[in-house]
Ligand binder design. Structure first.
Ligand code: SF4
Length: 383
């Protein structure tokens, strides 16, 4: 068993939901006030549990203010903008919450490298210099060779290239790092073992432990940024948040050179996905609680928000600790050029253009940053 699997098992965070629900229910208002008075940015499992507890809901205003102050202190008044580029919707897995599930019948699409570059050029023309390459598990076509070749061609245009792809070995990640990829997002989807098994009935993604140890592979390959997250709605969000935090805490201690970021994807309607799956839905109020609590426990973590969320909610969340946001996203391969009618992975909610989103960021007193500020600051920016 890997170190992180042992940590989660010993703490009951991979499935002992009843134990954690009892603990969460016992948290009092005075416990929350105590947790809020601890140094901003300090993490302990107990502190996070207190802030995300039902009692913590009474302190959302204080948490929001503290999260805002801490974020401005650490990141300045800036929000990075990025765009996803979907490469393929062929998939060898059958995740029950996903429209690209291999059991779903629809006309699938994959982009050649030239087609992907055409899409990337459209993204660049909108101003983006931060791109996220996304693909389902289509290893034969979207191979390491394909990704390395594509990254090399994109490098002169994009200051930051990240991937959200299937699980890889450390050697594969190292090869992509050498080709210009510097960030990898890989959600555990759910940290609850039984729920994980039920939502991932077949394919290589069905192995919970393999999924859980993949961020170690990413970090060992020296990637600068590791994006973590749970797909909110598959299990109790409070226990997912605790497991997610323990995972991040473990990685930060073990691999100091990688920067951790959190995403907060909530289940969205998707092609052929049954709505009966949405049994652990997370409301807006609790989403705010989770985001601000994680900020208060992880001062330097990037907090990422996608166009899954509604425009109004995204506008409000910008002030509460979000550091990176997507805009004008298409979640189907070929979606930007409009050459393909491929189905989307999920329905986008915020359909505003990148310029409109950037204007909202400016109106809120923040600077929209289209490129990777670390590189710009270091004078390493390619473009
Ligand atoms: S979540 Fe990813 S791996 Fe699972 S079916 Fe969808 S595209 Fe495939």
């Amino acid at each position: 068993m890997t170190e992180i699997a042992t940590i989660l098992q010993e703490k009951g965070l991979d499935g002992n939901a009843e134990l954690w629900r009892r603990r969460l229910e016992k948290v009092t208002n005075s416990d929350v006030e105590g947790a809020l008075s601890e140094p901003a940015g300090s993490y302990s499992l107990r502190r996070l549990m207190t802030l995300i507890s039902p009692a913590g809901e009474n302190y959302l205003e204080q948490m929001a203010q503290a999260a805002h102050q801490l974020t401005v202190q650490r990141f300045g008044r800036t929000i990075r903008l990025y765009a996803p580029l979907y490469l393929s919707n062929y998939c060898s897995n059958s995740c029950r919450y996903c429209g690209f599930n291999k059991e779903n019948e629809f006309k699938r699409t994959r982009l050649t490298i030239d087609e992907a570059i055409e899409e990337a050029n459209i993204i660049a023309a909108k101003g983006f210099r931060d791109i996220l390459l996304v693909s389902s598990e289509d290893r034969k076509f979207v191979s390491t060779d394909y990704l390395a070749g594509l990254a090399k061609k994109l490098r002169p245009t994009f200051g930051s290239i990240s991937i959200e792809i299937y699980q890889m070995s450390s050697a594969e990640y190292a090869r992509l790092f050498a080709s210009g990829v510097e960030g990898v997002t890989l959600y555990q989807e759910t940290y609850d073992r039984r729920a994980y098994e039920s939502y991932h009935p077949s394919g290589s993604k069905s192995d919970y432990d393999c999924r859980l140890r993949t961020p170690d592979n990413i970090a060992s390959a020296q990637m600068r940024e590791i994006g973590l997250g749970a797909l909110l709605g598959l299990a109790d969000w409070r226990i997912e948040a605790l497991a997610l935090a323990e995972h991040a805490h473990y990685l930060i201690k073990a691999y100091w050179q990688s920067h951790i970021s959190f995403s907060f994807p909530r289940l969205r309607p998707a092609h052929h996905v049954e709505s009966s799956l949405f049994t652990h839905s997370l409301g807006d109020k609790n989403l705010v609680q989770m985001i601000t609590a994680l900020r208060l426990c992880f001062a330097d973590a990037g907090l990422v928000l996608s166009t899954r969320e509604q425009a109004t909610l995204r506008d409000n969340l910008m002030k509460l600790g979000i550091t990176k946001i997507s805009a004008g996203s298409k979640t189907n391969p070929g979606g930007y050029s409009g050459h393909s009618n491929a189905i989307e992975q999920f329905k986008v909610d915020d359909k505003r253009s990148p310029i409109e989103v950037a204007a909202v960021i400016s109106n809120q007193g923040f600077e929209p940053v289209w490129k990777d500020w670390d590189r710009a600051f270091l004078g390493n920016q390619d473009d």
